[in-house]
Design a protein around this ligand. Structure first.
Ligand SMILES: Cc1cc2nc3c(=O)[nH]c(=O)nc-3n(C[C@H](O)[C@H](O)[C@H](O)COP(=O)(O)O)c2cc1C
Length: 171
């Protein structure tokens, strides 16, 4: 099997894509070959020795492209190491209750795929920009201030740790 890793992402407002690109760049620094692609555009996983799947939580649910990807590629995902990162909480300063609620949303989403056993799973803080919202969502969101609590140091450190886990095991 080749040592090509897929970093597949879902995004609505672009912040998860930026995290995916940083994870990919870090894996490349660790000498892995990496493709970065939106999850919905990924065809077969045959050429990949490992998968990183990144997707945000949105309106109490995990991004639908993450669910679609898991359902579409179930067999191939069962045969490869898969790592997951999720973006969710956005409050600044850190809000413990918000993180717990996001984690519960994620656990509920993952429970829909009981066969799915990622070798690592991490939730990162996300980015919130009311200027990106349409009229309806903006009304629902109220006066929530803009924030960006993505911790790039933690994201890069996490990706460096992954590199060893995603390297193909020699026969
Ligand atoms: C309208 C809206 C709803 C959101 N709902 C949730 C949610 O239910 N749970 C959560 O943890 N995060 C929620 N978030 C935070 C997003 O996960 C965060 O903004 C993330 O960085 C968005 O990723 P993206 O830029 O890749 O779309 C929401 C954000 C927006 C704008």
């Amino acid at each position: 099997m080749s040592s090509l890793v897929l970093v597949g992402y879902a995004t609505r407002y672009g912040s998860t894509q930026e995290v995916a690109e940083t994870v990919a760049a870090t894996l490349r620094e660790c000498a892995l070959e990496v493709d970065v692609q939106p999850l919905r555009k990924v065809g077969t996983l045959a050429k990949y020795s490992g998968i990183v799947l990144g997707a945000p939580l949105f309106m109490f649910h995990w991004h639908k492209d993450a669910h679609g990807f898991l359902s579409r590629h179930r067999r191939e995902l069962m045969e490869r190491p898969v790592v997951v990162f999720v973006l969710g909480p956005v409050h600044d300063p850190h809000d413990k209750k918000e993180w717990e609620a996001s984690r519960a949303q994620l656990d509920k989403a993952l429970a829909k795929h009981p066969w799915f056993k990622p070798i690592a799973l991490e939730m990162f803080g996300g980015k919130y920009d009311p200027a990106q919202l349409g009229l309806l969502l903006s009304k629902m969101a109220g006066k929530e201030p803009a924030s960006d609590i993505r911790d790039w140091t933690a994201i890069r450190a996490w990706a460096r740790d992954l590199a060893a886990k995603l390297e193909p095991t020699l026969p």
